[in-house]
Design a protein around this ligand. Structure first.
Ligand SMILES: [Zn+2]
Length: 77
């Protein structure tokens, strides 16, 4: 990452610039971007998990309906 103050390249994960010693907010911003992406992904994951849960429940309901129909058909015999 590059120091936002002096622009010197610093190794990733370094909290302070090796040249000017200023806190590298770029890393924090990068982490924030990652966390933002993660939050977006997590929110998407939440939506996706809800959707997957709904689809799973729907699939379970379909299976239950099929099984119920099957059992009722068998019981009719
Ligand atoms: Zn610097």
């Amino acid at each position: 990452m590059y120091c936002p103050r002096c622009g010197k390249e610093n190794p990733d994960g370094s909290a302070f610039c090796n040249a000017c010693g200023s806190p590298i907010v770029g890393g924090a911003a990068k982490a924030a971007d990652k966390s933002a992406d993660g939050s977006d992904k997590s929110s998407g994951n939440i939506i996706g998990s809800v959707a997957s849960l709904i689809s799973a429940v729907a699939a379970l309901a379909v299976v239950a309906i099929i099984v119920f129909t099957w059992i009722s058909v068998l019981s009719e015999w």
